[in-house]
Write a protein that binds this ligand. Structure first.
Ligand SMILES: Cc1cc2nc3c(=O)[nH]c(=O)nc-3n(C[C@H](O)[C@H](O)[C@H](O)COP(=O)(O)OP(=O)(O)OC[C@H]3O[C@@H](n4cnc5c(N)ncnc54)[C@H](O)[C@@H]3O)c2cc1C
Ligand code: SF4
Ligand code: SF4
Length: 380
């Protein structure tokens, strides 16, 4: 397992204070704004057949992540080449010191998912955080929370945070699952109404899409977004003018939810979401003409090679890969500086941390551009 430390590294790859300071830069050091801590799996338990609650405990001397509810971490385990992104499942205010809970759902054919086939309690893990911008807003509008599958994690942390903040606003939490056996935290969430601010409503509404017709299920059926639209929006329980939406889960569910809300007149600014992308999702692309060379994406990237700093891309080979990329490694190459960033999709874990971190909106999975060097851009 590669080593981790509590220190944040500046661009020359030499750690700040306390640790052994080598005069020579270390090319293996990940220069990062994100804190990287050694941890162990404190516990692992089934929430459903394919979803686990995994609690990770950092060493006692670990630096706190200072994350806010809704953010995520990357977890790296021995034997897997790349880390994976997972949302914090609890508000930081509800966690024990140095502990972080995750709800992780197994994906068929997934590498991290296969790692979960065995109980990993006591095993080492490297946790890097905080990442992402998903969070509760400070308005008094109704909160519409929509989660599917393991999207429960980030939305649960948002809702817990709302309880801690004693928000004075209504909250409707819709949870989409296939059948009753895919439901979890139902009792805990249903009981939140008892601790919600007096005079305001908290409702937890599970919606099942594949529950057998003849079962004993008395709750809502169908697709979670359809139920929300038909029973809450169209009946005027929730108004598009005075709500904020928090979505988390599989990308198709988020797209469907965003469409319903947009059609009802909810503005994009009132929708907050984290899509749980995975290896099947597109890697983001960097539009270097928008890039202001601020380094923010480089300071949050979870793998050393996912964003390549270069001043030369070379020619595109037949297989769509760039040949002869001149890598600029700030830990190695003093005097040289990148002027083009390129995402290597084989190294990218689709965590979208760079997308969230970029202040210039220069990174998007929707861009279909060929990266260009500064010289190419000037000459074209
Ligand atoms: C911001 C964010 C937060 C997230 N939070 C959570 C969370 O809280 N809980 C949670 O459970 N998940 C979360 N995820 C998803 C998580 O990061 C993983 O992607 C997911 O757990 C699958 O990882 P895996 O290693 O099991 O699968 P992977 O090995 O990454 O594979 C995923 C799927 O893609 C297929 N696949 C693999 N390689 C390829 C390829 N080259 N081409 C096509 N298909 C391929 C696999 O067969 C599998 O079906 C989050 C993702 C993001 C981006
Ligand atoms: S390129 Fe961006 S989305 Fe891909 S792994 Fe790096 S930071 Fe994450
Ligand atoms: S975060 Fe955006 S603007 Fe900054 S270096 Fe990366 S791509 Fe360029």
């Amino acid at each position: 397992m590669s080593s981790a430390s509590n220190f944040i590294y500046p661009r020359n790859g030499v750690p700040h204070s306390k640790s052994k300071v080598n005069s020579a830069p270390n090319p293996d050091v990940q220069i990062s704004r994100v804190k990287i801590n050694n941890a162990v799996v404190k516990s692992m338990e089934n929430l459903t057949e394919d979803t686990y609650r995994v609690v990770v405990k950092c060493n006692d001397n670990a630096l706190p992540f200072n994350s806010h509810a809704g953010q995520y971490a990357t977890l790296k385990v021995e034997g897997l080449k790349k880390p994976r992104a997972f949302s914090f499942a609890k508000s930081p205010k509800s966690e024990n010191k140095n502990e972080y809970s995750f709800f992780i759902r197994q994906v068929p054919g997934g590498e991290f998912s296969a790692w979960l086939d065995k109980n990993r309690t006591g095993e080492n893990i490297i946790i890097s955080a905080p990442l992402g911008t998903f969070k509760i807003d400070d308005s008094s509008d109704d909160m519409i929370c929509i989660a599917g599958g393991s999207g429960m994690s980030a939305v649960n942390s948002i809702v817990e945070e709302a309880v801690h903040l004693k928000v004075k606003r209504n909250c409707y939490f819709f949870y989409g699952a296939r059948t009753q056996k895919d439901l979890y935290l139902v009792k805990e969430l249903s009981e939140l109404s008892k601790v919600w601010s007096k005079g305001y409503k908290f409702e937890f509404i599970p919606v099942l899409s594949e529950e057998p017709e003849n079962s004993d299920w008395k709750g809502a059926r169908g697709f979670v977004t359809d139920h929300f639209k038909k029973e809450y929006l169209e009946k005027g329980i929730v108004s598009a003018d005075s709500c904020k939406a928090f979505f988390c889960g599989p990308p198709p569910m988020i797209d469907a939810g965003a469409k319903v809300l947009a059609e009802a007149g909810v503005s994009e600014k009132s929708m907050f979401f984290d899509k749980f992308e995975d290896a099947r999702s597109p890697a983001p692309v960097i539009d270097n003409s928008k890039c202001i060379l601020c380094d923010e994406c480089l300071l949050v990237k979870p793998t050393k090679g996912c964003i390549v700093e270069t001043s030369k891309l070379g020619k595109i080979k037949d297989n769509g890969k760039y040949a002869d990329i001149q890598r600029i490694d700030p830990a190695y190459t003093s005097g040289l500086y990148y002027n083009t960033l390129y995402i290597d999709e084989d190294e990218c874990i689709r965590c979208y941390a760079c997308v969230h971190a970029c202040p210039a909106k220069a990174i998007s999975p929707e861009y279909e551009l060929e990266p260009k060097t500064l010289r190419d851009m000037v000459e074209s």
